[in-house]
Ligand binder design. Structure first.
Ligand SMILES: [Zn+2]
Length: 322
């Protein structure tokens, strides 16, 4: 109970930063307009949209040193109230690891070399290992990287992807689950993943969708999310870095991508998207969200989910003490 309260109080404290101006990571545009001045906990935080392509980013963008500082020490405390993974974190991480494994299972082949970028506390790596696959991770949070090594015997590089030297090694599958939105330069990260993949390699890349129906875009606004994507902007970014969506020939509905030989020169496929998204985001105000029935249905589902997690953890703890 006390730790929950501490986490909630920590969330109320905004993460202060100075930041810097940067051109758009997708189209290099510099024409931005503000779409939100508060984060999901109502702390001051500015998000802007690029008027040329529709990519959303923090404005100003935190500097590399500010991001490194946040991720190396503050991030997990900010979110989980602890530097080490909590029981609640592990419960959820195991659940998402199982979900990811099931999604990817039809595409997995014996002997595949797999790299998980943003591997967190390592539950997905452990799940792959359990199924007999060779996998390693990249995780800038030192304590989480060490936890994965210690608990599951996994190899994890405790550094940002750009700083890891893989020599001449190539991978058959690169996975990234909710980590590209945390990066200052997601295009560079995708380009690096492209380099690290074998010619016929696959990538499973999942980011939150700002335009997800039944969810307020505000839920995605927080200091840790340096970029905000939609299906369209993410598909364009992936195409620009040399990836094509596996399940949609028109690109970009699914998170499973195949590696192209190089960047797709026709990556700018949704020129009308920026204007539409800007109007949509202006429309989805906090008041409108509070007045919508779906928000409250979602709230009830969320409470049910949280209570369910608490019960599971409580039963597990009671089981251990008997
Ligand atoms: Zn742009």
């Amino acid at each position: 109970m006390l730790s929950t309260l501490r986490t909630l109080l920590l969330r109320q404290r905004p993460f202060r930063y100075v930041g810097t101006r940067m051109p758009c990571n997708l189209c290099s545009g510099t024409d931005f307009v503000v779409i939100a001045r508060r984060d999901r906990w109502l702390n001051p935080l500015t998000n802007s949209i690029c008027r040329r392509c529709g990519l959303v980013c923090l404005d100003p963008m935190p500097t590399e040193a500010e991001v490194a500082d946040f991720y190396s020490r503050k991030y997990r405390r900010h979110y989980d109230g602890a530097a080490e993974p909590t029981a609640k974190h592990l419960l959820r991480s195991r659940r998402s690891a199982e979900l990811r494994f099931r999604i990817l299972e039809p595409h997995l082949k014996p002997g595949m070399r797999i790299l998980d970028v943003g591997s967190g506390s390592g539950e997905f790596l452990a799940r792959l290992k359990e199924a007999g696959y060779e996998a390693e991770g990249v995780e800038p949070d030192e304590s989480f990287a060490r936890y994965a090594e210690r608990s599951y015997g996994m190899k994890v590089h405790a550094a940002p992807l750009a700083e890891v030297d893989f020599g001449r090694r190539k991978f058959d599958l690169v996975t990234s689950w909710h980590s590209l939105e945390h990066m200052r330069d997601p295009h560079q990260a995708l380009t690096r993943m492209h380099e690290l993949l074998a010619a016929d390699g696959l990538a499973h890349l999942v980011v939150p969708d700002l335009a997800e129906p039944h969810k307020t875009p505000m839920a995605n606004f927080r200091f840790a999310h340096l970029h905000g994507f939609t299906r369209e902007t993410f598909a364009m970014l992936a195409a620009k870095a040399g990836f094509a969506s596996l399940d949609d020939p028109q690109w970009g509905t699914g998170p499973l991508f195949r590696r192209l030989a190089g960047p797709d020169p026709g990556w700018f496929r949704y020129p009308a998207h920026a204007e539409r998204l800007e109007a949509y985001l202006h429309d989805r105000t906090l008041w409108r969200m509070l007045l919508s029935g779906e928000t409250w249905r979602r709230f009830v589902r969320r409470v049910r989910y949280l209570v369910g997690d608490r019960l599971t953890l409580w039963r597990a703890a009671r089981g251990r003490s008997h």
